[in-house]
Design a protein around this ligand. Sequence first.
Ligand code: ZN
Length: 314
Amino acid sequence: MKWFKRVPARLFFYAWLILMVTGCRGRDAAADETGRIQVVATTTLVGDVVRVIGGEHISLTVLLPVGGDPHGFNPTPQDVTKVASADVIFINGLGLEQFMTTILENAARELNIVDLSAHLEGIPSDHAHDGDEDDHEHEKIDPHVWWNPLNVAKWAEEIAEALAEIDPENGTAYAANAAAYKQQLTELDQWIQEQVAQIPAANRTLITDHDSLGYFVEQYGFELVGTVFPGLSSQSEPSAQELAELTAIIRSYGVPAIFVGTTVNQRLTTQVAHETGTKVVPIYTDSLSEAGGAAATYLDFMRHNVNEIAAALR
Ligand SMILES: [Zn+2]
C-alpha cells in the first residue's frame, strides 16, 4: 500500500508528520479513560504476542495491517499520532521496521521503544549475494526471528517485563500470561520437530519469495537453496541474471515447491514456477491472516505454515 507514492503527497505527509510528532505534548499520564496503558506494536506478529501478554489490561494498537509488508510500510498520520502518545512501543527490530526511523527522528520526546530482538542471537543471511556490498552491516542480520518459537518465548518475557515496569499493579498478570504462553511455545517447538521428522532429510530444501525463513531453517535442519527476491528484504527486485541462476538451482535440486508469503508481490514467483514446472505454495511469512483465517494468531501461523511445508515436501 503506497498511499503517498506521488511526490507532492509525500512531501505533505512528512511536513504533517513533523508537525504531529513535535507538537505532541509531553505526557506523564499512563492511561486512557478506561485506565489501561496505551501500547503500540509494529507488526501483526508482535501485536499478537503483546495481546496475549497484555490481555485486558492494555489498549493495543497494531500499526501494520493484515497482509501489509513491514519492509515497505508507510505509516499513516494516525499511526504517527499513536506512536507519539504511546506509553510503550514494541518493535521487532533488526532493521525490519525501516519506517520507524522517520518517526523517531522527528519525535519531540524520548519514546519508550522496546526492541524485542535486542537480546536475541541474530543470524546473518546465509543467502547473501553479489549485489550486497552497498548494504550496511546491520542489514545482513535476518530480522525474521519469529520463525523460531523459542525466540518468541523470549519476546514474551521482554513484553511482560516492559509492561510491568509501566504498570506494576498488573505485573503479576503479565508474568503469568507470559509463563503460560511460553509453555505453549515450547509445545509448538516440539510439535514442529515431529512434523519435520516426517519429511525425508533429502527433501528438506526450501525456496522462498524473500529470505525470511532463516531461523526456521537453522532450528529445524532445513537448507534454504534460493529466494526469488535477493536478500532479507522484499524491496529489491532480482536481476535477469539472478532469476536465471535461481531457475538453474530449482532444476538441479528438483525442488518441488516455492513458498510464498502474503506480503510480497507474487508476479515473479509465479513466473519462475511456471518456467521450472514447480508449484507455488502460499504460506504466511511476515504477516498474520485476517481474524478467522488460517493464521490469525502466531500459534496458528506456525502450525499452518509447517503443515503446508510438510505436505509439499513429504
Ligand atoms: Zn520479510
